[in-house]
Write a protein that binds this ligand. Structure first.
Ligand SMILES: C[S@@+](CC[C@H](N)C(=O)[O-])C[C@H]1O[C@@H](n2cnc3c(N)ncnc32)[C@H](O)[C@@H]1O
Length: 241
């Protein structure tokens, strides 16, 4: 069953995801750092480090949201970055952050659907996505579009929530994730459904080897899987065949 933020009849998951992120955009960064106690910043840096051996990379960051990943990629790798997203509200925040940091010359932002990217084949050395793929309407279509625009032997780096498995951390985390996080997220963002959708979408999403099967279907060979913070999130690194 497809997990959608608002469960409205006749609305697609993509339409609801766009609407949700447009609504929560002004509070997104604050809530991200508050609800993860800032750990999300470390996770993004670790994901970007998997690209540090690339020379002169051209990088596309899809589902870039408010631009944290795109900005960090430029800061850590010193390269130009293209960031795309479905939500105009999230991109507005990203644009003001990029302008404030004086990075307009290095970071280009554009509204685009990851499942139908406006780029030619084999264009980028790497495509990255942080906390985006779980929201795709059609995961396999999104992954194969991302793969299409990567050069042969180029890289795909995906950072996504996963499910911890070890007792008693799993039980404690699930209580936080299903009850405490939706309460504070809903209160602060004033969109209760958005922060109920977060745990529901994570629980319904494939992780570990199951997720890697989708990479293989998209023509990406999994080369590294890094579990973060006892499995709350995972970095998947793959290479285009
Ligand atoms: C949880 S946010 C993550 C944003 C950012 N990558 C980060 O690390 O904070 C998910 C983002 O994915 C975007 N998104 C979801 N589905 C998308 C799609 N099909 N194409 C492009 N962006 C999409 C949403 O608009 C939202 O900005």
């Amino acid at each position: 069953m497809t997990v959608k933020p608002y469960n409205e009849q006749g609305e697609t998951k993509k339409g609801e995801v766009r609407q949700m992120f447009n609504t929560i955009a002004p509070k997104y960064d604050f809530l991200n750092h508050f609800l993860s106690l800032g750990i999300d910043k470390r996770w993004r840096k670790k994901a970007i480090r998997t690209l540090s051996d690339l020379t002169d990379p051209q990088i596309l960051d899809v589902a870039t949201g408010t631009g944290d990943m795109a900005i960090k990629i430029h800061q850590m790798l010193g390269c130009k970055v293209v960031g795309t997203d479905l939500s105009a509200g999230m991109l507005d925040i990203a644009r003001s952050k990029v302008a404030k940091a004086g990075l307009d010359e290095y970071i280009t932002l554009a509204e685009a659907d990851s499942e139908n990217l406006p780029f030619t084949d084999n264009q980028f050395s790497a495509v990255t996505v942080a906390f985006g793929v779980r929201n795709y309407e059609n995961l396999d279509r999104g992954l194969s579009e991302m793969a299409r625009v990567i050069k042969k032997h180029g890289r795909m780096v995906i950072l996504e929530f996963s499910k911890p498995t070890s007792f008693p951390f799993k039980q404690l985390y699930m209580f936080y994730f299903k009850h405490i996080l939706p309460f504070f997220g809903g209160l602060i963002s004033r969109d209760r459904k958005a922060y109920r959708y977060l745990p529901q979408s994570v629980l319904a999403f494939p992780d570990g080897a199951d997720f890697e099967q989708h990479l293989i279907t998209a023509g990406i060979e999994p080369i590294k899987r890094i579990k973060l913070t006892l499995g709350i999130a995972t970095i998947y690194v793959g290479e285009k065949q």
